[in-house]
Design a protein around this ligand. Structure first.
Ligand code: CP
Length: 317
């Protein structure tokens, strides 16, 4: 079957989604990231893998973590980095995405990191550029956020070592979450035996069970004996109508507080991709507790994004 992420030799040319990646490829990315993690702890945080290459961050949607960590990652690989300010670019004058990208290619950009509110945007661009250009999906609509899925897998492996005995609970607005979808695919590929999704019916996609997850509407039952808890943000900006009675009611019914966290295993880790809404999906004390790995996720994100760019564009395969 045609896989738009691969080139004619079967190597990874773009990163558009977790679907279509083999277990071996994901492990290769995680292992490469492990070797890059140490670079961030050195005095001189640079290696020459992307020297002479230009990485262009093109974000049509807001971002703190993804855009910044891609920029740091590219700079640690010695690439030149351009951050296109979409709000002040010629997009506002009616230029199409492809014309914007082609103009940046004319300036000899090599790698594009693209975030867009439309599902399929990165895929669309990838099918219209020459094979020497690499597209990385930094989040498209509610479809996919592959580097988040990879950095979450990296985080889980760091704290739990193996995937094959874990119970992972993903809690919250699954319906609008590209992070949940990428994580479900990654965890299935990596052999996690029990993936649970916990949410009210209004925040679950139709037939989510077909992705190989167990559905819980009662958070207390869903968290029981979990090894990993991934909390998700309520994405008000993607909701068409009223899907929740109120944020207070949601916190009461689905918010992660210490009493609920105590239902999971004693050494369970708490994750959140950010941005986090304290007091809506997660209690502040839990977010800042010893079981929280929310800030390490951000640090690991740099190493994982270095690994992805090195493998795509740095002859690091
Ligand atoms: N996790 C994540 O995608 O965060 P940003 O929206 O800040 O990039």
């Amino acid at each position: 079957m045609f896989n738009p992420q691969l080139n004619s030799k079967g190597n990874l040319n773009h990163l558009l989604s977790i679907e279509g990646l083999s277990k071996e490829k994901i492990i290769q990315i995680l292992d490469t990231a492990e070797s890059f993690l140490k670079i961030g702890e050195r005095d001189v945080k640079k290696v020459p893998i992307l020297r002479g290459k230009t990485v262009c961050n093109v974000f049509f949607e807001n971002s703190t973590r993804t855009r910044t960590t891609f920029e740091i990652a590219a700079k640690r690989l010695s690439a030149d980095v351009i951050n296109l300010n979409v709000a002040t670019s010629s997009q506002s004058k009616g230029e199409t995405i492809l014309d914007t990208i082609n103009n940046l290619i004319a300036m000899n950009a090599d790698v594009f990191v693209v975030r867009h509110s439309s599902s399929g945007a990165a895929h669309f661009i990838a099918t219209h550029v020459k094979p020497n250009i690499h597209i990385i999906n930094a989040g498209d609509g509610n479809h996919s956020h592959p580097t988040q899925g990879l950095l979450d897998a990296f985080t889980i492996r760091k704290y739990k070592t193996n995937f094959n005995k874990l119970k992972v609970a993903i809690v919250g607005d699954i319906l609008h979450s590209r992070v949940a979808r990428s994580n479900i695919h990654a965890l299935n590929i990596l052999g996690v035996p029990e993936i649970r999704v916990i949410a009210p019916k209004t925040l679950l996609p139709y037939e989510i069970e077909k992705l190989g997850v167990h559905v819980f509407h009662d958070i207390d039952k869903g968290l029981k004996d979990a090894d990993v808890i991934m909390m998700l943000r309520i994405q008000n900006e993607r909701m068409d109508g009223v899907m929740l009675p109120s944020q207070e009611e949601y916190f009461k019914t689905y918010g992660l507080n210490q009493t609920r966290l105590d239902l999971a295993k004693k050494d369970a880790i708490v994750m959140h991709p950010g941005p986090m809404n304290r007091g809506v999906e997660i209690d502040s004390a839990v977010a800042d507790s010893d079981q929280s790995v929310i800030l390490p996720q951000v640090t690991f994100g740099i190493a994982v994004r270095m690994a992805v760019m090195a493998i795509l564009a740095g002859q690091h395969s």
